[in-house]
Design a protein around this ligand. Sequence first.
Ligand code: AMP
Ligand code: MG
Length: 184
Amino acid sequence: MRISNDYYLIVDLEATCSNIGAVPRHEMEIIEIGAVMQSSLTYEIESEFQAFVRPVRHPILTEFCTELTGITQQDVADAPPLAESLELMKEWTSVFKDWLFCSWGDYDRNQFRQDCEYHSLDYPFSAGHLNLKAEFSRAFGLKKKMAVTDALRHLGLSFEGSHHRGLDDAKNIARIVRRACMGT
Ligand code: AMP
Ligand code: MG
């Protein structure tokens, strides 16, 4: 899981969803961007980012989505559109020079791609992407890929904060990286 870049840019997205098929995968939209900039030298989190996004394809959150994430209709109704939140994220990342976009699985990268395509926006990352979920399995010789909560448990840790919230998920992924690479 070690990288040659100065920072792991760990991003975790929350999106519109349904448990009864009302929001198909290809119509899901970002509602929250959570991210941390984690030093690959000290494994300290040097900066955090959080932004809500107003969805347009399914603008009313399902009860399931609000229960899963804790994100309310008011949170997204008051939020800027994707273009604006992406600009804020890019401004934040631009303060740090040498980072690698990382996420737990490929979902977050694919969701960025899907939403940017739908809104005719440029994909916000120029560099590559590191799938930390796959890296974790490889590093620990696991046959199966693990959810964040299972990976934490595997390392003797438990989830801190609110699961399925972008920033808290990103912070917990950073704890996995730190423990896996530094042992602390
Ligand atoms: P996560 O980063 O695990 O919180 O998941 C990101 C997004 O995936 C969530 O905001 C939901 O849109 C979707 N998602 C996660 N878990 C579920 C689930 N059990 N059922 C439906 N959608 C889900
Ligand atoms: Mg999440």
